[in-house]
Design a protein. Structure first.
Length: 305
């Protein structure tokens, strides 16, 4: 009979071993994608512009390295970084020498900037026919020239619902995953057909993808994971908060049993009186008590300060 225990940890797959990726992408999405690609075994090279004039020695030409050294360091751990001035003839020559040994180029410039640098797809494909390109843009199609950042793409997707900033950079990190996925697609395509490819990834599309549960109503106030289900909410407890996720019937039943609430299925969790009953129960418990209760009764929750 198969064991129900979790499988033993295994070594991560490295499907991109032997694949050479060169990135010109700055800030967060490109470097985050490059970090993922390195973890999948790719040989990664990052080319950055020169540091701003007058900056201290060792300053990165990537803005991320200037405003968040910790994040920059983690993103580029184990990745070779070189400085190349793409606006100079010497820099262009050095870049194309590297591209001749590259399988996939990752960029994050707007289309007009790529054209000015001689890095449009037609020009690159003519010079390096075996090279695939993944271009990260802010928005797709005609909107690719529009200025924007994570916050504006999230706002456009309906994911900025108040005056507080989002808890993390969802569009940037989602776009990084889509970019690393695009590199995998390019490599598979090349291995199957022998043909290189050009793909664009839009951060606004990443935001729209992340927003789908809200579009479907799941995370709207009337949705089961938007507040309508009493077992899927954040409540105060005696010395902090508790993120409660007793969504499935068996979890909800266990919660109601310990809280002394009669359980009659989903109707109980959607009843307008149930949140107050759960809140009253949780308010009298400390975080430590709730952690023990969750472990004893198999209730999905996480306590917070």
């Amino acid at each position: 009979m198969p064991s129900s225990a979790a499988p033993a940890s295994t070594q991560p797959l490295r499907p991109l071993r032997g694949v050479r990726v060169l990135s010109l992408a700055l800030n967060l999405p490109g470097p985050a994608a490059l970090m993922r690609l390195k973890a999948m075994g790719a040989t990664c090279l990052k080319a950055e512009p020169p540091a701003p004039q007058g900056a201290p020695a060792g300053t990165s030409g990537d803005p991320m390295g200037q405003y968040n050294a910790q994040g920059y360091g983690q993103l580029h751990a184990g990745i070779r970084v070189v400085t190349i001035d793409l606006k100079s003839e010497a820099g262009q020559a050095r870049l194309h020498q590297a591209l001749a040994r590259t399988d996939v180029l990752l960029t994050s410039f707007r289309p007009s900037a790529l054209q000015k640098l001689g890095l449009g797809w037609k020009a690159l494909h003519r010079q390096h026919p075996a090279l695939s390109v993944v271009a990260i843009y802010g928005a797709p199609g005609e909107r690719a020239e529009e200025p924007g950042h994570d916050l504006t793409y999230l706002a456009d997707a309906g994911l900025v619902t108040g005056l507080d900033l989002p808890a993390t950079l969802f569009a940037d990190m989602g776009g990084a995953l889509m970019a690393s996925e695009a590199v995998l697609q390019a490599v598979i395509q090349q291995q199957r057909t022998g043909k290189s490819s050009f793909q664009s990834v839009a951060l606004s599309d990443a935001a729209a993808w992340l927003a789908l549960p809200r579009v479907w109503g799941l995370t709207q106030p009337s949705g089961s994971v938007g507040g309508a289900h009493a077992g899927y909410r954040v409540y105060p407890c005696k010395n902090g908060r508790v993120a409660l996720a007793a969504l499935e019937p068996h979890f909800a039943a266990a919660l109601c049993a310990v809280a002394g609430i009669p359980f009659h299925g989903m109707v109980t969790m959607l009843h307008p009186d149930t949140p107050a009953a759960i809140a009253a129960f949780l308010a009298g418990k400390t975080r430590a008590q709730l952690d023990k209760l969750a472990a004893r009764h198999d209730i999905p929750l996480h306590t917070l300060a």
